[in-house]
Design a protein around this ligand. Structure first.
Ligand code: HT7
Ligand code: ZN
Length: 881
């Protein structure tokens, strides 16, 4: 397996300006004729051979400028087609290939999902359709003729605008699509199948009348309306917020049930995992609605951040993904509740990206080397990449940031850009030197900022000292070079001990932001009559770990009085974390109370709930949610015992449930939806459901019997899938006949609903009990389960391996064995999904010795298996390095 290095980038020797594709769809023998308009690249090496990429293709015919190629002129290997002496002027290559969409289980290139022909070309799937210069800096204007059976594929969709359609012989028809915007091959797509449609129109700010449509499995059109509406809202938001308008006459979204990721931003033809399109109150939870809205927005926003301005090479992936995640987060914050959304973002970052940054798969947001690019669609590139863009806005302020974005879009429109191009736009707009800031892209690992505060009563000053330390991370490209200080924006404020803001000044704080851009620095506030309570990293202004020894009272002050909602939530989390870490480190037994600290937290939460739970139920639900097991593990750092963590968390849940019980029950009553009230997936309604269900969960932890009765009633009578599933999840934690009967009934009720059964699989796979492993093995034989469908694998297996720490890390190693077994069974079918599952071992070096030995043995078994895919071989190699 070769290593690709950023430092080795050089432009392509040839360019492709125009591609005419003629695709004759057939279940097993699809023929593709590609007519490529090529020319030597002035920036390339003159006279170099033309090497086109290919993968699992059958070459049928090839012609150069209309003539057959002479003997020895071309050379075909399994992964390439080389033309040894290409003309040094513009020329045309016509290539006919054949592929089999029905046996394409990798779900890359052209494949069939439920009988629907569809494509996935990012990152390198187009080479599985035809031989091509399959790299993002080769951009062409595509015209696609798609021909198929009228019965099997009445709907034929391509990129761009439709230009013609008609008969193509007995029982066959065709459609021609033309995309005027030059694009890299990874943005190519086509769809052919029997599909239902919902549609609407949107008039852009430039006056373009756009036809929007969402295509789904026939009969499920009623579940596509929310997604359709989300498209129109996304279009309007991008115009309002970034001045970006849509640029084609049609925008199509197609939902398919077999998809390796969430969705794909193909130009004018977004293809989605149906999980992120289909929604009805009876089948989708509030979280599903929020995800659908966010992913629809994300893919739509790529039309500018990714498609109009694309990436020069795959090292620049964060340029489109980090920026687009930032844009979709902003959209969701505007459409929903900003603080609640920010907390959700940070929880994801801490649960997924921080562990990645601390483990063997750590890499910079812009990696410097890779073996398999498909393994770099990571939380680091996406989520930390988004945090970098957010920090840029915090550093520069919203106006300059917006001006920088405008400059970036304008100057880079139609190009394949780099991170340097992106930063240059902001440097030019702000006049700032962004050198220290740019290190965020290059240095892996989560920085720690240690803070201490001292009050000098005589001088009436308060001094905050900050010290940043950066982990030394050895990556594929570098053996762990000494990291350089980063520019870290610290949004901060001071709170008076009894609440209220403190009017103290420091000239180094501008618009509430102090920039720490050296290893150590101090900030002096003057004119203070008493020691304030510092509120630091407001809104989580930088993706760092903060070491700041606040007292319990100071944290309680922030929880009660800080004007920054994120830090109020953070204060409650920190109070809980202290209790959890102490108990887990001490390997404390399961108990009914977590000592005086636990009681103190319960008392603080009681005051908080009394004061404002009903004013903002979504926020209150988050305040009541304890840090997750992964996050507690990160806080402990080494020699982790996942069972001790679970016991610590469970003990605190029991105590909160007991101490807050009457309040929680009263809140449940107060938040009941009036009978017959119409369903709304909006943030306020979802927040009320979230608090009711958080209350149910804690009440049940403290009193399983009473909680079971409540939960059983809710499972039976719930009006929404949110409430039904939440009650079932609560029940799933109480062993016994009631749980088993409820699970069985749910499974039976939703027998024909694959996406609902996925929730049922996931919930069972996450039960923190020794019997879960056998339960999962049993469910692998369920009629609805299939290793061939990524959603099923993610629901059942990945939920177990990634979201059930006590059972994945079973002391006997059986959780590791199951995961390794599935990875190997899956690798031959779908290497991308297999490799992603294997990342569950990311934390293996952090667990205590006995488990560590088992994990290492399982990883070595995977490593030694014959015929591993590059995907799995890359992950296992880095995990063991
Ligand atoms: N840009 C898309 C990434 C993607 C993908 C990558 C590898 C293999 C399959 C894939 N499907 C989609 C999705 C996005 O981030 O918008
Ligand atoms: Zn994306």
């Amino acid at each position: 397996q070769t290593i690709v290095r950023l430092a080795d980038y050089r432009p392509s020797d040839y360019l492709i300006d125009r591609v005419d594709l003629d695709v004759r769809l057939h279940p097993t023998e699809t023929r593709i004729t590609a007519t490529l308009g090529l020319r030597p690249n002035p920036a390339g090496e003159p006279g170099a051979p033309l090497v086109l990429d290919g993968d699992e293709l059958t070459l049928v015919a090839i012609a150069l400028d209309g003539q057959p190629t002479g003997p020895g002129a071309i050379e075909v290997t399994p992964r390439s087609l080389t033309l040894h002496q290409p003309p040094q002027r513009p020329f045309v290559l016509e290539i006919e290939t054949q592929v089999n969409p029905s046996t394409n289980t990798k779900l890359m290139g052209l494949y069939r999902s439920n009988g629907v022909y569809c494509t996935q070309c990012e990152a390198d799937g187009f080479r599985r359709i035809t031989y091509f210069l399959d790299r993002p800096d080769v951009m062409a204007v595509f015209t696609t003729r798609i021909e198929g059976s009228r019965a099997a594929a009445p709907v034929l969709l391509g990129n761009g605008n439709p230009v013609a359609q008609g008969e193509a012989g007995p029982g066959r028809h065709y459609a021609i699509w033309h995309d005027p915007h030059p694009k890299p091959a990874y943005l190519f797509a086509l769809v052919g199948g029997r599909l239902g449609r919902v549609g609407s129109r949107f008039t852009t700010m430039e006056g373009r009348d756009v036809e929007i449509a969402v295509y789904v499995e026939p009969g499920k059109e009623g579940r596509a309306d929310f997604a359709l509406d989300a498209v129109a809202r996304s279009m309007a938001w991008d115009e309002r917020t970034f001045g970006r308008a849509y640029d084609l006459d049609v925008f199509n979204v197609v939902a398919v049930s077999d998809f390796n990721m969430g969705a794909m931003e193909n130009k004018g033809l977004n293809i989605f995992n149906d999980k992120y399109v289909l929604a009805s109150p009876e089948t989708a939870t509030d979280a599903d609605y929020a995800n659908i809205e966010a992913i629809i927005a994300h893919e739509y926003f790529h039309n500018w951040s990714g498609n109009r301005v694309t990436c020069r090479d795959w090292f620049q992936l964060c340029l489109k993904e980090g920026l687009t995640v930032f844009r979709d987060q902003e959209f969701s914050s505007d459409e929903r509740s900003r603080p609640v959304h920010r907390i959700a973002e940070v929880r994801t970052l801490r649960a997924r990206q921080f562990p990645e940054d601390a483990g063997p798969l750590a890499h910079p947001v812009r990696p410097q080397a890779y073996r398999e690019i498909n393994n770099f669609y990571t939380a680091t590139v996406y989520e930390k990449g988004a945090e970098i863009v957010r920090m840029l806005r915090t550093l520069l302020g919203p106006e300059t940031f917006r001006a920088g974005m405008d400059r970036y879009f304008t100057t880079c429109d139609g190009t394949a850009a780099t991170v340097e191009d992106f930063l240059a736009a902001f440097a030019a707009e702000s006049g700032r030197d962004l050198a220290a800031f740019s290190r965020w892209y290059a240095q892996a690992g989560t920085p720690t900022v240690a803070v201490s505060g001292t009050y000098d009563a005589a001088a009436r000053t308060y001094t905050l000292t900050f010290r940043q330390s950066l982990p030394v991370v050895a990556t594929e490209a570098a053996a762990g070079a000494a990291p350089q200080p980063l520019a870290i924006p610290i949004a901060l404020g001071l709170v008076a001990p009894g609440g209220g803001p403190v009017a103290a000044a420091s000239e180094r704080v501008r618009d509430g932001v102090f920039v720490l851009d050296r290893a150590e620095d101090a900030l002096v506030f003057t004119g203070l009559d008493a020691a304030p309570v510092p509120s630091l990293f407001r809104g989580f202004s930088a993706p760092v770990k903060v070491e700041h020894a606040l007292t319990r009272d100071e944290r309680l002050t922030l929880l009660a009085h800080d004007r920054d909602a994120f830090n109020r939530w953070q204060a409650a989390q920190s109070l809980a974390m202290e209790v959890l870490v102490v108990r887990a480190r001490a390997n404390a037994p399961l108990a009914e109370e977590a000592g005086t600290e636990g009681a103190g937290l319960a008392a603080a939460l009681a005051t908080f709930l009394d004061g404002e739970a009903l004013a903002d139920p979504a926020f209150a639900a988050l305040v009541l949610t304890l840090p997750g097991e992964q996050e507690i593990a990160q806080a402990i750092g080494a020699e982790i015992d996942p069972d001790a963590i679970w016991r610590a968390r469970q003990t605190l849940r029991v105590q909160l449930g007991r101490d807050l019980g009457p309040r929680l029950l009263a809140l449940r009553e107060a938040l009941v939806e009036p009978e017959g009230a119409p369903f709304s997936p909006d943030a306020a309604s979802a927040g009320r459901r979230a608090l009711r269900n958080a209350a149910l969960d804690l009440v049940t932890a403290a009193d399983p019997q009473a909680g079971t009765a409540l939960a059983l009633g809710q499972v039976e009578n719930a009006a929404t899938m949110t409430d039904r599933l939440a009650a079932l999840a609560t029940l799933s934690l109480v062993p016994g006949a009631a749980r088993e009967a409820a699970l069985a009934r749910f499974g039976e009720t939703y027998r024909g609903e694959a996406l609902v059964l996925d929730k049922w699989f996931a919930l069972q796979a996450m039960i923190p009990e020794a019997g879960t492993l056998e339960r999962v093995r049993g469910l692998m034989h369920h009629a609805a389960f299939s290793l061939g469908n990524p959603n099923r694998v993610r629901s059942l297996i990945a939920s177990f391996s990634l979201n059930n720490p006590t059972q994945f890390h079973r002391p006997d190693g059986a959780g590791y064995d199951l995961t390794a077994e599935v990875v190997l069974a899956l690798d031959g079918k779908n290497p991308q999904v297999a490799a992603r599952l294997l990342t569950a071992f990311n934390t293996w070096r952090m667990v205590e010795g006995g488990r560590r030995l088992h994990a290492e043995a399982a990883l070595r078994r995977v490593a030694q298996a014959p015929g591993l895919s590059p995907d799995v071989s890359d992950i296992v190699g880095r995990s063991l390095a």
